[in-house]
Ligand binder design. Structure first.
Ligand code: ADP
Ligand code: ZN
Length: 753
């Protein structure tokens, strides 16, 4: 690290109001720094820099400072404000041995805090999620050859010397293992001076991806697309390019070329995936292309691996990171490319804590870092489509599947005309398609976005339904586990034998299908067919997904039944039939993105079919065959569908043509919570006209009760160019603080529950 002169103001004798005071003596000449702590605080606080630390402190330094009775690690955010009373000013106590946080990352924290109205320190916490990485790596004792000559060589001793002759020092355990000797042999050699102990920092190694290995031979269209991305990556300036190509077009292979270009330019690369736990196939392809695995970042990572990875990114040793949205906060230096794969995916929106959209903030980070971003999708979000139309984003198209594979044929089955038999969920047309697929020795996927056995369970005798005690939601029966579960808060009880309301035994009726019930139907209708259920209940760890993916690839499974987890990214060449059991499911509820999201999800699920040599087929079961979403899917007409969506949103001033801000009030008391929401609404309504905005609500949220908290929603509508944040901040600041209700601001909301 270079030690540039301190850019901070020194408190000289002239600055009377800022002088640190005479009694302290030593502190009088120190400079001030503002330190931001990863705590729910909005601003950085001043600390004095003792002379002996001055040379080691620069903007971005991780420093240890006293806070109350404890010490905390924070980041030097800038020059001190000088507004702390001298008597209360505390000194920085230490500087951590870690690369300082870069300027672009600090600006990102500021930007996200300003934009989302989250506290600055809460945003910083996402960029400091691994406190252990700010401490020096643990030391261990290792041995190398010393000067001493053992008076007598044994075979064991010779083996130890041979092991250490070449290569780095090794720990006693490593020597014992490699040389096949006991601990006594190592101790003996050390006592004789033949081995010398050295202390070493434990540093995990991350292999450099090899960009010279040959990728697949690209088609002309792929090569053209790759060339555009490669030149953007090599140029290294900020730009956003949308890689828009049908499922199976080879988008991944194409953006791998951009990754190679950024690596060749000496930069690091970040790839965001919506569901990193499901990325086994992606990782295998990366290894095939670059000869080594990338660094992986997600919430399931163990503490030690997190620490090592964070540190390796900060030191530039990890060159490519693939991760879930939290990887956006890693300390890259310098970042040369950000890829957001499946950019339309809702998993990029973080709904609790700091509420932000990782795709949008990835674009902001790219801008602050001055590097290109690539947004990848077969069904780009309307926001992205409009940004392309307005020429804010570039676009690269891949209109055909790779290798002559055709897009699957899509058939709709109108359930009003040809319903399934009573008590079953697969209509005759889907059943026969399934039978044909199985007869041909091919694989099928049944998609139903409902976990568990049935969405609703009730007592036939008295009509009793099972309700979550903490949420306004029904409990969902899970037969595999014999429980009733709340999908919102995780509440779970064993399925009772008798109805708790009327005491009748065995009176429960399941209403509607979940994936478990479909499995039961497949099992009954196709004895001998090997099926598996893929949902967040059946697979949790990446290794479990891997096992399932391997089993499918090895054709040990004939029918895969799953929720949206199966939609993402997988490539199964033998899978030729996709059955969508309830194509209308996502259309209910009426949020403004319902149609768009349904189109994206069903298109993506359908895209799993026919990716290999054999043609694929998609069967959509629907009660609304004339609905524009279903019609567009059947006709494969994305562009006119999106154009209609755009026109409808524009007519109503909805995003991306207008702005929305949602506020969710939640609290233990219903009246108190509603009152807090109403107070905010009143403050905002007083300025509705002057600001040209519209305030809707408060209204009880669709999920009125969640985890025991009552919820009310407010929605603010504003013209596209308007910036609501400063006003919102002002209104919130003026509210009575003596309430237990919490107001959560959601800028650009995606969920309206
Ligand atoms: P997408 O991400 O657009 O859905 P993928 O990148 O997953 O498509 O590609 C689909 C399949 O086709 C993958 O198995 C991929 O390895 C293969 N593929 C794509 N392009 C090529 C190519 N040029 N040569 C060989 N295989 C390719
Ligand atoms: Zn619940």
């Amino acid at each position: 690290m270079s030690r540039a002169p301190l850019p901070f103001r020194r408190c000289g004798p002239g600055a009377v109001s800022r002088s640190v005071g005479g009694e302290g003596g030593g502190a009088s000449a120190s400079s001030l720094v503002a330190v931001l702590l990863p705590l729910p605080l909005d601003r950085a606080y001043d600390y004095a820099v003792p002379d002996e630390l001055a040379a080691a402190i620069a903007p971005g330094s991780f420093v240890r400072v006293p806070l109350g009775r404890v010490e905390r690690i924070g980041v030097v955010w800038g020059e001190g404000e000088g507004d702390v009373e001298p008597a209360r000013l505390k000194p920085v106590t230490a500087v951590q041995e870690a690369p300082p946080m870069t300027e672009p990352l600090r600006r990102l924290v500021d930007w996200v805090a300003d934009y989302t109205l989250a506290q600055r320190g809460a945003v910083l916490r996402m960029a400091m999620s691994v406190p252990g990485a700010l401490e020096p790596a643990p030391v261990r004792t290792a041995y190398r050859l010393g000067q001493g000559e053992p008076p007598r060589m044994t075979e064991a001793r010779t083996r130890v010397i041979a092991v250490l002759q070449d290569g780095p020092p090794r720990t006693a355990t490593e020597i014992e293992r490699e040389a096949g000797v006991s601990a006594g042999v190592v101790r003996g050699l050390e006592a004789l001076g033949a081995l010398e102990a050295v202390t070493m920092r434990e540093v995990a190694t991350f292999d450099r991806p090899d960009t010279h290995g040959a990728g697949p031979i690209l088609s002309a269209a792929q090569a053209g697309a790759a060339q555009s991305l490669r030149s953007a990556a090599a140029a290294g300036n900020f730009s956003v390019t949308v890689l828009d190509g049908v499922t199976g077009a080879g988008k991944t292979e194409v953006y791998f070329e951009a990754i190679a270009a950024a690596l060749d330019a000496g930069h690091q690369v970040l790839v965001l995936l919506p569901e990193i736990a499901l990325s086994a196939q992606w990782l295998a392809r990366f290894r095939a292309r670059f000869g080594t695995a990338p660094a992986v970042w997600h919430s399931e990572l163990g503490t030690r691996r997190r620490r090592e990875t964070w540190r390796a990114v900060a030191e530039g040793r990890a060159r490519v990171v693939v991760g879930a949205r939290s990887a956006l906060w890693l300390p890259f230096r310098p970042l040369g490319l950000i890829v957001v794969d499946e950019e339309h995916d809702t998993a990029f929106k973080q709904e609790d804590g700091v509420v932000y959209h990782a795709r949008d903030m990835a674009v902001v980070r790219a801008r602050l870092e001055g590097c290109p971003a690539v947004l990848v999708s077969a069904t780009p979000s309307l926001e992205t489509v409009v940004n392309v139309e307005r020429s804010r984003y570039g676009s690269v198209q891949l209109p055909d599947r790779h290798g002559g594979a055709r897009l699957p044929a899509i058939e709709t089955v109108d359930l009003r005309e040809t319903p399934p038999e009573r008590g079953t969920w697969l209509a005759p047309a889907l059943r026969s398609a399934l039978a044909e697929t199985l007869d041909a020795g091919e694989q099928a996927l049944l998609f139903l976005n409902r976990r568990g056995y049935a969405p609703l369970t009730l007592c036939r005798a008295c009509g009793h339904r099972f309700h979550c005690p903490n949420c306004s939601a029904w409990l969902v029966e899970h037969r595999f586990s014999g429980t009733l579960d709340c999908h919102h808060c995780g509440f779970r009880v064993a399925q009772p034998e008798a109805c708790p309301a009327c005491g009748e035994e065995g009176s429960f009726a399941a209403c509607g299908p979940g994936v478990e019930r479909l499995a039961e139907e497949v099992d009954g209708a196709f004895p001998g067919a090997r099926w598996a259920v893929l949902t967040s209940d059946t697979v949790q760890r990446p290794s479990q997904v891997q096992d399932l993916v391997d089993a499918i690839a090895a054709r040990e499974i004939d029918v895969l039944i799953g929720t949206q987890m199966v939609a993402k990214g997988h490539h199964f060449p033998q899978l030729t039939l996709v059955g969508v059991v309830d194509a209308d499911l996502g259309l209910a509820g009426g949020d403004m993105r319902a149609a768009e999201r349904t189109y994206q999800l069903l298109h993506q699920v359908g895209g799993r079919a026919g990716r290999g040599g054999r043609p694929g087929r998609v069967v959509l079961q629907t009660y609304a065959a004339e609905h524009p979403v279903i019609a567009a899917l059947a006709a494969g007409d994305r562009d006119s569908f999106m154009a209609r969506e755009a026109a409808a949103r524009e007519a109503h001033g909805l995003p991306p043509f207008g702005r929305l801000v949602a506020v969710i009030a939640s609290g233990p008391g219903e009246t108190e919570t509603q009152r807090a929401a109403s107070a905010l609404a009143r403050a905002a309504r007083a300025e509705e006209k002057s600001l040209g905005i519209q305030v809707l609500g408060p209204a009880p949220a669709p999920l009125r009760l969640l985890r025991g908290r009552h919820r009310f929603r407010l929605l603010f509508k504003a013209p596209r160019g308007a910036l609501l944040q400063p006003h919102m901040r002002r209104w919130l600041a003026a509210l009575d603080r003596r309430t237990r209700a919490r107001l959560q601001v959601d800028i650009d909301p995606h969920s309206f529950m």
